[in-house]
Design a protein around this ligand. Sequence first.
Ligand code: PMP
Length: 284
Amino acid sequence: MSRIVFVNGSFVPYEEARIPIMDRGFLFGDGIYEVSAVLGGKLIDNEAHLARLERSLGEIQIRNPYPAEKWIELEKEIVRRNGLQEGLVYMQVTRGVAERDFAFPKDVEPTVVMFTQEKNMRAAPAAQKGAAVITVPDLRWKRRDIKSVALLAQVLAKQAAAEAGVAEAWMVEDGKVTEGGSSTSFIITRDGTIVTRQLSTALLPGITRKTVIRLAQEAQLRVEERAFSVEEALDAQEAFLTSATSLVLPVVSIDGKPVGDGKVGPMVRRLRELYLDMADATPA
Ligand code: PMP
């Protein structure tokens, strides 16, 4: 089956998809995106992702081209057309195409692009072995709550991780971990408290973060939303990261030093299972 993507209202073969060079997403990074995971052919936590897409658009004053029901219909259609069982649906909206000028152009239609990617999520090797991370300075702008397509700082952070042979980079600002290059950071302290940074403009409000906090609280686990330092993370019992497509992923070392005993711990295992149970219980 050839890959089918979505561009401005049409499903087309990937080879035929075209965006004009004056697209403001290309010229300015003037756009936002969203990623929903697909497990067992079903979209996971999708309504929350669409709500965040709506919010990101609102924050940069781009009209949401579709109501949520239409987005869901398009997502299901692209999943179906690509026969996707496990992976993700990527959605991007930019301000549109106009002669290059910084201020918003008048009367432009937003550009909408969607595609799917296959990804081995449930049986990802790092879920069993645990992932290593490095720390890097957080070089980003001050509105990280907006899921902007301008991702150069994350590209550099994740390239550093790739060169170090690890899965993710944890970005650090003022001595505290903000979040991963494309994930939310968590630790579990020696007294069993799950700690993740409180929401603010300093980080993306992770959808998986929110669900994991809810599932943890429902399981009577203690959750604290506050910033933590790299030293505290290294002193923690367990650590993990979350994202739509990593789900809950154990972190077993930071900058080459082990977290806890350097093995995947029982609480992270349990949280991953709770998340997968939630995904399995999601209606089609
Ligand atoms: N933080 C950043 C910077 C991210 O790019 C992502 C992935 N989109 C996340 C956190 C995790 O968010 P989510 O759980 O909604 O995928």
